[in-house]
Write a protein that binds this ligand. Structure first.
Ligand SMILES: Cc1cc2nc3c(=O)[nH]c(=O)nc-3n(C[C@H](O)[C@H](O)[C@H](O)COP(=O)(O)O)c2cc1C
Length: 201
């Protein structure tokens, strides 16, 4: 049966490299016969602030959260694969993405049950980092992000089948204009290969 992917995009600009990567990956999944629900957090105006309505109540696993949050939970439940594409800002995901996790990956839904509701889904965090491979390694940037996203969030939510992959050298201002198109093409191909490796098993 065709797989259904929730493709989460966190970038303020529709012409960003991040958005181009997301568009390429959507086309890739669809070309394989899969269906895609694109969740563009900025375009949908997602509010990343955790208001009391969505604050977990540790004494009520069945708490009813805001309608917006329940709608997002439904989109997650419908997916076989979750693919999250985002730029790294200060070693971390953009605030809108962190807020999506804070609000939607909530107690009683993503964690806090003996049988996690997200178990069995495959999750790929695809991070665009401006730094070079050497800088990323030297500063421990990928390690830090892995601890946050793979250990702290995915594994905690019962998703052992989760991976973080990094596209490095994505800050293109230093690349001569005549070489930029080639560099973008290279990065888009690398993104496709990554998805093939991680999700097309
Ligand atoms: C606020 C901000 C913080 C950033 N912090 C980092 C960082 O910690 N590490 C890194 O490698 N790149 C960092 N960058 C560079 C971005 O990751 C890079 O510009 C982005 O991946 C390029 O993709 P885009 O054109 O789609 O934005 C930062 C960029 C911004 C705007």
């Amino acid at each position: 049966m065709a797989r259904h992917t929730l493709l989460v995009l966190a970038h303020p600009r529709t012409d960003s490299l991040t958005a181009q990567v997301a568009a390429r990956l959507r086309a890739r999944v669809e070309s394989e016969g899969g269906t895609v629900d694109v969740l563009d957090l900025y375009a949908e105006g997602f509010d990343p602030l955790l208001h009391p309505a969505d604050e977990p109540d540790w004494e009520d696993r069945e708490k009813v959260y805001s309608p917006e949050v329940h709608a997002h939970m439904d989109r997650i439940l419908a997916a076989d694969d979750i693919l999250v594409v985002f730029p790294v800002w200060w070693f971390a995901p953009p605030a809108v993405l962190k807020g999506w996790i804070d609000r939607v990956w909530n107690y009683g839904f993503a964690y806090g049950r003996s049988r996690p509701r997200l178990a069995g889904k495959r999750l790929l965090w695809l991070a665009l980092m401006g730094g070079t491979a050497e800088e990323i390694e030297e500063l421990g940037m990928e390690k830090a992000l892995g601890l946050l996203l793979v250990t702290g969030i995915s594994a905690y939510c019962g998703l052992p089948d989760a991976a973080l992959r990094v596209l490095h050298g994505t800050e293109l201002s230093g690349v001569p204009a005549e070489l930029r198109a080639d560099r973008v093409a290279e990065l888009l191909t690398a993104a496709e290969k990554t998805v093939d490796e991680v999700l097309a098993r």
